[in-house]
Design a protein around this ligand. Structure first.
Ligand code: MG
Length: 337
């Protein structure tokens, strides 16, 4: 049994601007688990605002001794032990979870969507993300997004109305809006959502800060559009905080600690009548392929993370005519290039 890891830096195709700031790279940590001649691949993507880094991931991984676990199928126990080492560290926990799932699937000879009994023809369309940018750049990005049926627009900057109006000059595709906690005033947020509803927007993700749940609940009661929680809901135990606050949740492996907990989150959200979105960070096709295995269970997908980088070192889940398309390979189906 071997556990290997190495840092990698994703180079973004376009500077990525959200309500919180702008960046051109994303730090990741790649993880490999090897036993019986089979290698399972995993990845931690660590955008700086989530607080993890290659240094914190290295420190966390140094505390793990997988040789204690001769049976790598006992993931409930293994992942529980890993989770109890320290709080947080969700992305590096996800990397280990993904690598273990990849190893297990390869050992069994099936991709995870088949192990879970999911129909690969039921994958959703994915959105393609348009970051906060100048009018010219927004027009260019929308034109580049030809094959995508739905666009995700980042708002919460200084020019929200201009962003939407510029996109509407170029396309009438359905839009989904992600504010990334950018609106601080609930009255302003409500006026914006009412306006967005008249512009062909389907829903609004994380309109206000996660520490203002009462304001978001007020907004939801009046909003003509559904609200989806992202920054407010990281893990399974956070879903109870979304009751009465959001109509659905955006589940990302890097927040949930991986595939195992993400699967449980989908079940919990369904039990509460919530919509489910599968999202991502900027990631290689390794972590994207892992998330894609769950996508037939989702109402919405935002799995464009590997398309936003220049130096993807894996192939795997792809986007065909705008739809998430699952790879046929066993495990997570990602192939190291
Ligand atoms: Mg979001």
């Amino acid at each position: 049994m071997k556990l290997r890891s190495y840092p990698y830096t994703l180079e973004l195709r376009h500077a990525f601007t959200l309500a919180a700031g702008s960046r051109t790279t994303t730090a990741v940590m790649m993880v490999e688990v090897e036993q019986d001649g089979i290698v399972g691949y995993g990845e931690a993507s660590m955008p700086p605002y989530l607080g993890e880094s290659q240094a914190s991931a290295t420190a966390f991984l140094s505390k793990i001794d997988l040789t204690k676990y001769p049976d790598l199928f006992l993931t409930e126990g293994i992942l529980g032990d890993i989770d109890s080492i320290a709080p947080g560290n969700n992305a590096v926990k996800a990397a280990l979870d993904i690598a273990l799932h990849d190893w297990q699937g390869k050992k069994m000879g099936y991709p995870w969507y088949r192990i879970w009994g999911l129909d690969p023809s039921k994958t959703p369309f994915t959105t393609y993300t348009i970051g906060i940018d100048t009018k010219e750049a927004v027009r260019r990005r929308v034109t580049e997004a030809g094959i995508y049926k739905v666009l995700k627009v980042k708002l919460g900057g200084e020019n929200d109305r201009e962003m939407i109006e510029t996109i509407r000059e170029v396309t009438d595709k359905p839009l989904r809006v992600d504010v990334n906690q950018g609106w601080k005033d609930r009255g302003f947020a409500l006026r914006m959502i009412e306006w967005l509803a008249s512009k062909g927007v389907e829903f609004v993700e994380q309109p206000m800060p996660k520490d203002q749940p009462d304001d978001i609940a007020w907004l939801r009661a009046k909003s003509p559009l559904p609200l989806i929680g992202d920054e407010s809901v990281l893990r399974l135990a956070d879903i109870r905080k979304a009751i009465g606050v959001f109509d659905g949740i955006n589940i990302k492996l890097m927040k949930s600690t991986g595939m195992s907990e993400a699967y449980k989150m989908i079940a919990a959200a369904r039990a509460l009548g919530m919509k489910v979105m599968i999202g991502c960070m900027t990631e290689t096709s390794c972590a994207i392929s892992a998330a894609a295995q769950l996508s037939p269970l989702a109402d919405y997908a935002d799995l464009d993370g590997a398309l936003l980088i220049r130096n993807d070192m894996f192939s795997g889940a792809s986007i065909v005519d705008g739809r998430v398309t699952l790879p046929e390979g066993a495990g997570i189906g990602a192939i190291k290039l």
